[in-house]
Design a protein around this ligand. Structure first.
Ligand code: COA
Length: 335
C-alpha cells in the first residue's frame, strides 16, 4: 500500500525575545515562579508588521528546501492555526500566494495546539489516496496577539513561532505508521477566546472586557494532559506492535515542562528521548511540535528507522498523536 512520509521539515521564530524578567515588568510575577511552574525562561514575539502567515511562509520555505522541492511540487497546503492574519482570507491561502505555489489547494485548520497532528493526518490521507505527491502542513501562531497582557496566569506562557513539514508519498515501509485524533468538545470552555465569533461578535463593551483574548483554566488542562497524553501514546505504540522502549524520540505539545516530565515518567521514557523546547520558546500552540521536530532534525538527531512519537493536546479540547518511522537521512547539524 502507498504510504506517506515526512520528506522535509522547517521552522521559523521571530527575532525578538521576551524573558521572564521582561514579564516581571508587565504583570505581578517572578522569574522564579515561571521557571518552577512551567520551565519557561523566554519566548519569541512577532514584530509589529509580522502576522501568522509571514512566520508560516518562512517555515514552509525551509521545509520545502529540506525536502528538495519547489512550491509548484505541492498539491495541498494545510495551515494549522488559531491565530490567522484575518478570519477571511485564511492564512493557508496567504502562505500559498507568498510561496507562489500555483498548483495546489490550501485551507486553515483550527484544532488548537493539536492542529499539526490533525494536519499531518489529513495530508497523509490525501497523499495516500493519490490526490497529490506532496502536501505541506504548516503550523503557525502569533498567540501573543490573543494574549491578555493583564492576566499573569496566561500571558507568561505563550510565544510566537511556526513549524512545517512536507508530507510525501512513498512505496513500501516507513513514514506515518499510526494516527489518533480525538475531540472532547464538552471540555471546550477550558481554553477559549470568548468574543469575536458568530456567538458574540465584538462590541466596544466586549473589547473593554478583553473578550477577544485567551481565557484558560490551567490546572484542569494540566490534569487532562497528564492523564490523556500517556494514554494516546500507549495506544499508538500498541497499535503497531511496538513497546514504549522502541520509541527513539518523543515530542509532546510544549505547554509546560511539568507536563512533559509527568507524562514521560508515566510512560517510563528516559529524559534523553524526550524533546523539550519549552525553556526557550514557551507554548507556541500548534507550532510547538513541528518546531521541536525541526529543531531535533536540524541537530541530526533523527535517523532512518527511528520511531518518532508525537502527542499533542489543546483547545477544543482536542488530543492527537502520530507515530512516524523516520525515513530521511540525518541532517548535518548546522545546515
Ligand atoms: C497555567 C499553569 C502554569 C499554572 O500553574 P499551577 O501550578 O497550576 O498554578 P495555579 O493556577 O494553581 O496557581 C497557583 C498560584 O499561582 C498564582 N499564579 C498564577 N500565575 C502566576 C504567575 N505568572 N506568577 C505568579 N503567580 C502566579 C495563582 O494566582 C495562584 O495563586 P493563589 O494560590 O494565591 O490563588 C499550569 O496549570 C499549566 O501549565 N496548565 C496547563 C496549561 C496548558 O497546557 N495550556 C495550553 C493548553 S494548549
Amino acid at each position: 500500500m502507498r504510504g506517506a512520509t515526512l520528506s522535509g521539515t522547517g521552522s521559523y521564530v521571530p527575532e525578538q525575545v521576551i524573558t521572564n524578567r521582561d514579564l516581571e515588568r508587565i504583570v505581578d510575577t517572578t522569574d522564579e515562579w515561571i521557571v518552577s511552574h512551567t520551565g519557561m525562561r523566554e519566548r519569541r514575539i512577532a514584530a509589529p508588521e509580522q502576522a501568522s502567515s509571514d512566520l508560516g511562509t518562512e517555515a514552509a520555505r525551509a521545509a520545502l528546501a529540506d525536502a528538495g522541492l519547489e512550491p509548484d511540487d505541492l498539491g495541498l497546503i494545510i495551515c494549522a492555526t488559531i491565530s490567522p492574519d484575518t478570519l477571511i482570507p485564511g492564512a493557508g491561502s496567504l502562505i500559498q500566494a507568498n510561496l507562489g505555489a500555483s498548483r495546489c489547494g490550501a485551507f486553515d485548520l483550527a484544532s488548537g495546539c493539536t492542529g499539526f497532528i490533525y494536519g499531518l493526518g489529513m495530508a497523509a490521507g490525501y497523499v495516500r489516496a493519490g490526490y497529490c505527491e506532496h502536501a505541506l502542513v504548516v503550523a503557525t501562531e502569533t498567540l501573543t496577539r490573543l494574549t491578555n497582557w493583564t492576566d499573569r496566569s496566561t500571558c507568561v506562557l505563550f510565544g510566537d513561532g511556526a513549524g512545517a513539514a512536507v508530507v510525501s508519498g512513498i512505496e513500501g515501509e516507513g513514514g506515518l505508521l499510526a494516527l489518533e485524533l480525538i475531540s472532547m468538545g464538552e471540555a471546550g470552555d477550558l481554553l477559549k477566546v470568548p468574543g469575536g465569533g458568530s456567538r458574540r461578535p465584538l462590541t466596544p463593551e466586549l473589547l473593554a472586557q478583553r473578550a477577544d483574548r485567551i481565557v484558560m483554566n490551567g490546572p484542569e488542562l494540566f490534569k487532562l494532559a497528564v492523564r490523556l497524553v500517556p494514554e494516546v501514546a500507549e495506544r499508538l505504540v500498541a497499535r503497531v506492535g511496538l513497546q514504549m522502549d522502541d520509541i527513539d524520540v518523543l515530542i509532546m505539545h510544549q505547554a509546560n515542562q511539568r507536563i512533559l516530565d509527568a507524562a514521560a515518567k508515566r510512560l517510563d521514557i528516559p529524559d534523553e528521548r524526550v524533546v523539550s523546547i519549552v525553556e526557550k520558546y514557551g507554548n507556541t500552540s500548534a507550532a510547538s511540535m513541528p518546531l521541536a521536530l525541526d529543531i531535533v532534525n536540524r541537530q541530526g538527531r533523527l535517523r532512518p528507522g527511528d520511531n518518532v512519537l508525537l502527542v499533542g493536546f489543546g483547545a477544543g479540547f482536542t488530543l492527537g498523536g502520530a507515530l512516524i518511522r523516520w525515513t530521511q537521512p540525518p541532517r548535518v547539524p548546522g545546515h
